[in-house]
Design a binder for this molecule. Structure first.
Ligand code: PHB
Length: 389
């Protein structure tokens, strides 16, 4: 009798447990939501939410509780947010990171705590190489790679006397290293600015004095918008054409820059005009919902939600960390970019295109994709990563 009763209790307990809806999936979203670059965090958040909506409003079949944190582009603020999300909120994932210095400040504590860290944008070389980690995935790009693509293009076209500029912080250094990995022509100067700098008068005077044939620069967010406007105001655009990785002159920046962006050339892994049914739907849905054109920040965040969803469905959750990690490594999902897969260091292997900033006959300033530069492009740090199996 005793045994029967306890069996019954177990059975009833199971039925009660089955009737309980699964607990919400808690995701910490640390991004830059204030200051001159707040639009980058907003585009990332909007893209992520739309990605979630595209798979039914849940991830892996669970409702999602996003725990939002504004890092203010400050590594120490991000570290406090990450500690709180790990210890108090008990999140299963952290995502949203835009900046490599911010990501590098939170990576170790988050990963040491056994939380999955999925960066939709920042892709520093450190985490692609010696510091690669089973629970870290970059879903946007490795920092060097869009610049490698432009290096390949400008090398092929025989450009020389190119002036290089980027902020002096981990991503800025990766970006220019990536460009120089494939561009072997003459570099007129390699100038490092301060991250967050808004006035470029001194740099523009220096640049003019060097008489370069072209400029290759990475400056994103509010500072990038200012830089391109000041460049045009200084009358440099005609004589010294601009080349950049996508984020220096993208859809978050073009509305603020306007005509001064026209004529620039960018390298990118995604563009609003990439021709696939999924991408057309993504762009149309984003424009309808948020009343602006999505940028690569939004596109990669859209993919990030879809990657997490597909991996959760394949593994059944994150409880078995090794199983979830394997599901991420082998994830099958439709990307707005087209080809996408993870390299052994958990960074994307993807295609890069060349796009020109043009003004169409309706007077809109937008990207026009011109050609594929490199297909299935992997970063150059894979061999330095000995990923624990
Ligand atoms: C970075 O810090 O890794 C970073 C920031 C903004 C970008 C691209 C990369 O647009």
């Amino acid at each position: 009798m005793k045994r029967v009763l306890s069996t019954l209790a177990v059975a009833l307990g199971c039925a009660a447990a089955q009737a309980q809806p699964a607990a919400p999936l808690k995701i910490g979203f640390i991004s830059t939501m204030s200051g001159p670059s707040a639009i980058l965090g907003q585009d990332t958040l909007d893209g992520f939410n739309l990605g979630m909506q595209s798979v039914g409003g849940t991830l892996g079949g669970r409702t999602v509780e996003l725990v939002l944190g504004d890092d203010q582009l400050k590594p120490d603020v991000a570290r406090q947010l990450a500690d709180k999300m790990v210890e108090r909120d008990r999140v299963e994932f952290i995502t949203g990171t835009i900046w490599s210095n911010v990501l590098l400040a939170i990576a170790k504590p988050v990963l040491d705590a056994g939380v999955f860290l999925v960066s939709p944008n920042a892709g520093p070389s450190q985490l692609a190489g010696a510091q690669c980690h089973p629970q870290f995935f970059a879903t946007g790009f490795q920092n060097d790679t869009p610049n490698e693509a432009m290096g390949i293009y400008m090398q092929k076209k025989g450009y020389t006397n190119v002036y290089l500029m980027a902020p002096n912080y981990p991503a800025g250094r990766d970006m220019l290293a990536g460009f120089k990995r494939y561009f072997k022509g003459n570099v007129s100067a390699e100038v490092y600015t301060t991250l967050g700098q808004l006035d470029y008068a001194a740099e523009l005077a220096q640049l003019r004095a060097k008489k370069p044939s072209s400029l290759y620069f990475f400056i994103s967010g509010g500072p990038g918008m200012n830089f391109v406007k000041q460049y045009a105001q200084a009358g440099l655009s005609k004589d010294v054409p601009m080349f950049a990785p996508s984020f220096s002159i993208d859809q978050t920046a073009i509305p603020a820059i306007g005509d001064a962006a026209v004529g620039a050339t960018v390298s990118t892994f995604w563009s609003p005009d990439l021709d696939s049914a999924l991408n057309r739907k993504f762009v149309a849905d984003f424009e309808a919902k948020y009343k602006r054109t999505p940028s690569p920040y939004a596109a990669q965040a859209f993919d990030t939600a879809r990657i997490i969803d597909a991996a959760l469905k394949a593994s059944g959750g994150t409880k078995d960390k090794a199983a979830f990690r394997k599901a991420m490594e082998n994830v099958k999902f439709d990307s707005v970019r087209g080809n996408f897969k993870f390299a052994p260091n958990h960074f994307p292997i993807q295609d890069f295109y060349l796009a020109e900033v043009v003004k169409n006959d309706k007077g809109q300033v937008l990207w026009k994709t011109r050609e594929l530069i490199t297909r299935d492009h992997a970063d150059s740090y894979v061999s330095r990563c000995s990923m624990p199996q």
